[in-house]
Design a protein around this ligand. Structure first.
Ligand code: G6P
Length: 611
């Protein structure tokens, strides 16, 4: 993982790079570095965040109009000043920043060391920069040729920005496996891991493909592949606004993103479903609808929160479309020997569209001949570009590392897909179909009603902020929400939390319950309501603390539980979209009360582009 930014043009590069790195910190933030390619071409890098780098640089001459910057998430070598990027080659001719992993780095390093080439860091990146200089010094005439030749020896993933001091008015960018976007301005170019550092300067971008190498000067850009064939750069227009990527008055991105959900869900179904449309339209699936309707089985793959959304999808597709569904961790699926046939439909869910395991699983499923669809948030990212078709969630940029609005957007897309297929297969009558559509369109308004109770969620959070463990229980559609609630709490507050199907509690977790154990029970009115009431009794009988999420107006659980969090009435199949909101907010408040950095939790990264 890691965020990279490069600039060449006529502005002061330092400002462009620092602002860009701050936007990319969600990709990694254990160390950061910068190099402005002026007469000194010094490298400034240090352990810590981009703000630490700013302090470190202050007072030095960083004036210049070409440069590169990096924010790191360590893979090879601990986070420290030496391992931070940029890295310089052994004779100092090449400077390079890298996102990805060089898998054959040990072999390459051994070869270079045997030739007497010294190394300063423990990184795979330094191997790459030294290899490029070694190839260059062997007599390969230009930096570009040396880069292409060196990269041909490399196995692994990279997004790179490279400068050569012999060719000072040029940057080279290359991609394989790790995302890279180039912003095209007037006599200036911006290079970044995603479009957020670019959008305030230009909306015209080129998404690099695997094996692309871009040679960039102020006068223009030449795009080639590793084999030296010219490629045609295709310019896309960004549909992203600068206002969408700042905190908009909220203390944290995560809080902003939680509160954005009424709007982001509306954006997800805008123009695709509505009472006036009386139908579901998913343009991205238009050409594959028949194959979807005929699917023998759907396999949903994802990681983290996206996997939880997939679990909700399993209930939706089974209930509404009567299709058998399997939900798989992408990382497990890709390394098993899964049985995939051309009758299967594989749906990859990923906010970033870049998660390495999910992308690899997509490739595996495509090779096996399945129809592969994507549900992704980041437009132009790798998964949507490699899948046969798909649906963007349109939730807007999600910056907080803990996923919130992406989850509700993913569930919304899965619901729309299940409704579409269910109706086409005649599993749903026209009347049921229209009634579900109406319910779905009510979700944003219902979430608004939940958000106004934030002070109450905060109060409950303050009571349990010192707990060491939490248990989350749910049944049916709300079991994945229990998993998601537990994940939110543990990833941002570092409190150990487990999500469980409520009935499974008796097979283990019940042994943990005592008067100190908060148990969050998802207990809205649905077909398993009576059963969950019994589960609450079981917890209370062991003196556990019950925080119950219930349907507005509920009276039985209200008497039994220590606290109730009410959510408005909604069709049970859409309850996950509502029930997750209080859990997101409780996790958020507990984490802030414990002094944790909720937008950048320790050890985590937003986009996991390594296995
Ligand atoms: C990381 C993030 C999670 C996210 C997961 C999958 O672990 O911290 O928030 O759910 O990756 O990411 P994706 O972009 O594929 O949804």
């Amino acid at each position: 993982m890691c965020g990279i930014v490069g600039y060449i043009g006529n502005r002061e590069a330092y400002n462009v790079l620092i602002t860009g790195l701050k936007r990319l910190e969600y990709r990694g933030y254990d160390s950061a570095g910068i190099s402005i390619l002026n007469s000194q071409s010094s490298i400034y890098k240090c352990k810590g965040k981009v703000s630490d780098l700013e302090r470190f640089v202050s007072g030095n001459n960083v004036s210049g109009t070409i440069g590169m910057g990096h924010t790191r998430w360590a893979t090879h070598g601990e986070p420290n000043d030496v391992n931070a990027h940029p890295h310089k080659s052994f004779h100092g001719k090449f400077i390079l920043i890298h996102n990805g992993i060089i898998e054959n780095y040990a072999r390459l390093k051994e070869k270079l060391m045997a030739l007497g080439i010294p190394f300063k860091s423990e990184t795979d990146t330094e191997v790459l920069v030294n290899l490029i200089e070694y190839v260059y010094e062997k007599g390969n005439s230009t930096a570009e040729i040396a880069v292409r030749m060196a990269l041909s020896e490399v196995i692994g993933a990279y997004g790179l920005v490279i400068a050569c001091t012999d060719e000072p008015d040029k940057l080279i960018a290359a991609r394989k496996g790790s995302p890279l976007v180039i912003g095209v301005g007037s006599k200036e170019y911006f290079i970044a891991s995603d479009a957020t550092p670019i959008v305030e300067y230009t909306k015209s971008v080129i998404y690099l493909n695997d094996n692309d190498v871009a040679i960039i000067s102020r006068e223009g850009l030449i795009l080639k592949n590793l084999q030296n064939d010219n490629q045609i750069p295709r310019i896309h227009q960004l549909d992203l606004d600068i206002g969408e990527i700042d905190k908009g008055g909220y203390k944290h991105f995560m809080l902003k993103e939680i509160f954005e959900q009424p709007r982001s869900i509306l954006d997800t179904f805008r123009g695709r479903v509505g009472t006036e449309l009386n139908a579901v339209y998913l343009g991205g699936l238009y050409n594959v609808t028949e194959r979807l309707v005929e699917a023998r089985r759907i396999i949903i793959i994802g990681c983290g929160t996206s996997w939880h959304a997939g679990l909700v999808g399993e209930y939706l597709f089974e209930d509404l479309a009567r299709i058998s569904v399997e939900v798989e961790y992408a990382s497990e699926f890709r390394y098993r020997n899964p049985i995939i046939t051309p009758d299967d439909v594989v749906i990859a869910i990923s906010q970033s569209g870049e998660t390495a395991d999910t992308l690899a699983a997509v490739r595996l499923a495509k090779e096996a001949g399945a129809l592969v669809l994507g549900i992704c948030n980041v437009v132009g990212s790798s998964i949507p570009r490699e899948t046969d078709a798909g649906v963007y969630t349109h939730a807007g940029p999600e910056i907080g590392v803990a996923s919130t609005k992406a989850f509700t957007a993913q569930v919304t897309v899965l619901a729309m897909m299940a409704l579409l297929i269910g109706r086409k297969k005649n599993v749903l009558s026209e009347e049921q179909y229209l009634s579900y559509i109406k319910s779905l369109t009510e979700v944003p308004g219902r979430i608004e009603q939940i958000l106004v109770h934030d002070d109450e969620f905060k109060r409950i959070a303050s009571l349990y902020k010192l707990a060491n463990n939490f248990l989350y229980l749910g049944r049916g559609y709300l079991f994945p929400v229990a998993l998601e609630g537990a994940l939110k709490l543990k990833e941002i507050s570092y409190i150990h939390a487990e999500g469980y199907p409520a009935a499974e509690m008796k097979h283990g977790p019940i042994a943990l319950i005592d008067h100190k154990m908060p148990v969050v029970v998802l207990a809205t009115k649905d077909s398993s309501y009576e059963k969950i009431v019994s589960n609450i009794q079981e917890v209370k009988a062991r003196n556990g603390i019950v925080i119950a999420v219930v349907t507005e107006g509920e009276s039985v659980i209200t008497k039994m539980a220590d606290h109730v969090l009410e959510i408005p009435v909604i069709d049970p199949i859409f309850a996950p979209l509502l029930a997750v909101i209080p859990l997101q907010l409780i996790a958020y408040h507990i984490a802030t009360m414990r002094g944790c950095n909720v937008d950048q939790p320790r050890n985590l990264a937003k986009s996991v582009t390594v296995e």
